[in-house]
Design a protein around this ligand. Structure first.
Ligand SMILES: Nc1ncnc2c1ncn2[C@@H]1O[C@H](COP(=O)(O)OP(=O)(O)OP(=O)(O)O)[C@@H](O)[C@H]1O
Ligand SMILES: [Mg+2]
Length: 583
């Protein structure tokens, strides 16, 4: 294939057409977004932490199954184990309860198992016996793709109107989709892509959609390699199909089943020699298509491989780049530049890009040409209001929960809480699922308002824990100073007080001491993250100072800070802080 004189922009190894382009402004994540990611991380680990915090904070009173209690030992075989203490304990217990003497030589093991089933509940029996609240919990998880997306008709229709040209063999305009987190961008894009592919199969038109999550696939090399390998695989399947068809024609001819003219009638071949050539050609093509390794090739070779693979036959390809801002943040706009220029070089195929982002600021860092090409069409996903969230939750709840498992106020309350959080459907669904799980753990029959409130507290705490855990060490020390002051009953803490304690703490753990001005900046950052609440107060002729208080629970935050190995030793610093206030 002839690529003309176009050379792709690559991030290593290859040459660039345009030397200016390789000099990119590094894309910086705005501070306001810094706390969004941890929130999402904590969502994914919600289940694990749920176990911990629920079990730890509120041991389930109805759960009387104690795995450490030998009387409840679900596995009698363990009593024959080598640990003599265990043997004595369990023997005593079973004898005390009128059980058989297990030391007897003719112990009937099967009998023991049956007895055990009758008398005692196994570890899981209690948990299983409760009438479950959920019918299908998976439906509330982020991985579930709903078949219906209420309140996204406008956006879905706009996407469809633009992408329908792909089904007509034309190149759809590139689309940029943006909206805050949890507004249904990914769910809608996946829905549209499924519809597009199924329609293209129905009408047998060569239209394909490739979805890439750029949070995972975040370099030009990886994006191009993933695309190249996908198309190589598809091409191999097409080649295998054709070869099968041609080889059976060839076999028919060899066996003289039908004469040559009849075999070739209606095909692109006039003679059997042409058919043979085509078979050889396809075999050579299949041989030549080499998969791209996950690392190691120069980027321009990966690009050429992708180019050849996608152009192997006629088709329109829609490339969906979800979380496109992550790709630009990590590796600049080379990938987008190369992809958006490909159509002028491709002979058989056409590509169209659909970028999805929850942060529009990333376009500021794009080459103006890339920016205008990518944003040919823009679709905005506005936040949901409480009523819309109610509908979304109701649709899911109908499938997720048993009938009558929710009191009437559960869904409106989840919707109201999530609407306060910039109309985030993910948050609303998380609340509903967590509320259901909390109700289930406490063996309640139905999910009630109190479970939603507990779920809200739990999710909020998870978020705080995650934000605090990922703070830089210096910010952690500053925060710890605030906590110590607050624990010692100081209210309206001012910057000077924080700085004094901070200095002592740094000396304790041998950390660099920053200037008071820097510490004030760190306090402002903690304020932006919602960890402290700082206000500037005027002290008349003494100037102005910042006064602050903690906006997060003291105990939990302190525990997270102390779990950092560098700060772990600080615990011993308590006396000197106390001493300061005694004077
Ligand atoms: N209109 C809707 N109907 C049903 N479920 C929805 C709707 N909108 C969003 N959801 C659900 O809410 C959750 C979050 O949606 P989605 O992942 O699409 O958000 P997003 O806009 O891509 O967010 P982010 O920017 O964080 O990636 C998913 O579980 C999704 O199924
Ligand atoms: Mg998304």
């Amino acid at each position: 294939m002839d690529e003309g004189d176009y050379t792709p922009r690559v991030d290593g190894g290859g040459e660039s057409n345009d030397s200016d382009d390789s000099d990119h402004t590094p894309w910086e994540r705005p501070a306001s977004q810094a706390h969004e990611d941890p929130e999402r991380t904590s969502e994914s680990t919600l289940d694990d932490s749920l176990d911990d915090s629920v079990d730890g904070a509120d041991p389930d009173p109805t759960d009387d199954t104690d795995p450490t209690d030998p009387a409840e030992d679900p596995d009698p075989a363990e009593d024959t184990g080598s640990n003599p203490t265990d043997d004595v304990d369990s023997e005593a217990t079973s004898l005390g309860k009128g059980g058989r003497d297990r030391s007897s030589p003719d112990v009937d093991f099967d009998g023991v198992v049956l007895d055990n089933d009758d008398d005692n509940q196994g570890l899981f029996d209690d948990l299983l016996s409760g009438e479950p609240i959920f019918e299908n919990k998976e439906v509330l998880r982020p991985s579930y793709t709903p078949h219906e997306l209420p309140h996204r008709n406008d956006q879905i229709n706009r996407m469809a109107t633009i992408l329908v040209s792909a089904l007509r063999g034309e190149t759809p305009s590139n689309i940029l989709i943006y909206g805050k987190t949890g507004t249904g961008k990914t769910a809608s894009a996946k829905f549209v892509s499924q519809e597009l592919e199924s329609t293209s199969q129905k009408y047998d038109v060569p239209c394909e959609v490739e979805y890439i999550n750029c949070e995972v696939t975040d370099t030009q090399y990886r994006v191009l390699a993933q695309l190249a390998n996908t198309f190589i695989e598809k091409n191999q399947a097409v080649i295998a199909d054709r070869l099968e068809q041609y080889e059976s024609m060839r076999a028919d001819a060899r066996d003289d089943v039908v004469d040559e003219g009849a075999i070739l009638a209606g095909t692109e071949f006039d003679t059997l020699a042409e058919l043979d050539d085509r078979i050889d050609e396809l075999e050579a093509d299949a041989e030549e298509m080499e998969e791209v390794p996950m690392t190691g090739w120069p980027t321009d070779r990966v690009y050429t491989t992708f180019f050849d693979a996608v152009d192997y036959h006629e088709r329109v390809v829609v490339i969906m780049l979800d979380e496109i801002d992550k790709l630009v943040e990590k590796s600049g706009d080379d990938t987008l530049y190369n992809l958006s220029r490909m159509n002028s070089e491709l002979d058989n195929s056409r590509i169209s890009i659909m970028g999805i982002s929850n942060d529009l600021k990333f376009t500021d860092f794009l080459d103006p040409r890339v920016k205008s090409s990518l944003g040919e069409e823009e679709i905005v996903f506005p936040p949901y209001d409480a009523n819309q969230l109610r509908d979304i939750l109701q649709h899911r709840a109908d499938i997720a929960f048993k009938g009558d498992a929710l009191t009437d106020d559960v869904i409106p309350l989840c919707a109201a809480f999530a609407a306060q959080e910039h109309g985030d459907a993910r948050r609303a669904l998380d609340l509903l699922r967590t509320a259901g799980e909390l109700a289930e753990r406490s063996q309640a029959e139905i999910v009630a308002e109190k479970h939603v409130r507990q779920a809200q507290d739990k999710i909020e705490l998870d978020r705080v824990v995650e934000v605090v855990r990922t703070l830089p060490t210096q910010s952690k020390i500053v925060l710890f100073a605030v906590i110590l002051l607050e624990k010692n009953g100081v209210h309206n803490i001012n910057t000077g007080e924080v700085f004094n304690i901070y200095k002592r703490l740094c000396e304790e753990i041998d950390a660099d001491v920053l200037t008071q001005r820097r510490v004030t900046d760190l306090i402002s950052e903690l304020d932006m993250l919602g960890i402290v609440n700082a206000v500037v107060v005027s002290k008349g002729r003494y100037g102005r100072t910042k006064e602050m208080g903690l906006s997060v629970p003291v105990e939990e935050t302190e525990a997270v800070l102390l779990s950092d190995s560098r700060l772990g030793d600080i615990e011993n610093a308590q006396p000197f802080v106390q001493a300061r206030f005694d004077n």
